[in-house]
Design a protein around this ligand. Structure first.
Ligand code: AMP
Length: 192
């Protein structure tokens, strides 16, 4: 089973992806976490991308697709399912994902959108900044990340809606409530 979680920064994708991956033994496929590790370990890629992450912009599709390609190969050996969190971020990446899956005789099962309005997202990121101290959680960088979401990632909703892959969930409720709704969607998908 291959699921994509979509939603703006601060919509709870990371929190929910972690919970759901544990519950269903999926690989939590967070491109953001992979990239932050590259930066932390000061790898060649890490040095190239640090300033882009800290400007709230997207890393090039070429780098992202290469990372996803490598990880899919590695993790298909270990997991029956993938939960993508933060990928794809634009139409080219969505098409890239389809190709990567096709070449392995796999296909995307479903996309789950966490719907959270902008005011709530801003409140949550301000709180996360205090808790996790993520460098890209400042007010200015968040503005840029929200713009990137609106201009580049949001069009994916239509792309997946047209392909009948999209499930929407109200992301404003409690972590448990949202978690249960995602579980319901996945259990329904499993039974069909
Ligand atoms: P996230 O943890 O998903 O919010 O990602 C943090 C940052 O990593 C983003 O603001 C981007 O700079 C970068 N990033 C994560 N995933 C992608 C992706 N799929 N494509 C391009 N950049 C990404």
């Amino acid at each position: 089973m291959i699921i994509v979680l979509l939603g703006p920064p601060g919509s709870g994708k990371g929190t929910q992806a972690e919970l759901i991956s544990k519950e269903f033994n999926f690989f939590h496929f967070s491109t953001g976490n992979i990239l932050r590790n590259e930066v932390k370990n000061e790898t060649k890629i890490g040095k190239e991308i640090k300033s882009i992450i800290n400007a709230g912009k997207l890393i090039s599709d070429e780098i992202i697709i290469k990372i996803v390609d490598m990880q899919i190969t590695e993790q298909l050996k270990n997991y029956k399912g993938f939960l993508f969190d933060g990928f794809p971020r634009n139409l080219d990446q969505a098409k890239g994902l389809d190709e990567l899956l096709n070449t392995r005789n796999q296909k995307l099962t479903s996309v789950i959108e966490l719907c959270v309005d902008q005011d709530e997202v801003i409140k949550r990121i301000q709180k996360r900044k205090l808790e996790e101290n993520r460098e890209d959680d400042t007010e200015d960088i968040l503005k840029s990340r929200l713009n990137v979401y609106l201009n580049e990632t949001k069009p994916l909703l239509d792309f997946y809606r047209e392909r009948r892959k999209l499930n929407k969930i109200n992301g404003i409720k409690s972590i448990d409530n949202v978690n249960n709704k995602i579980k319901d969607v996945i259990l329904t998908l499993k039974s069909t």
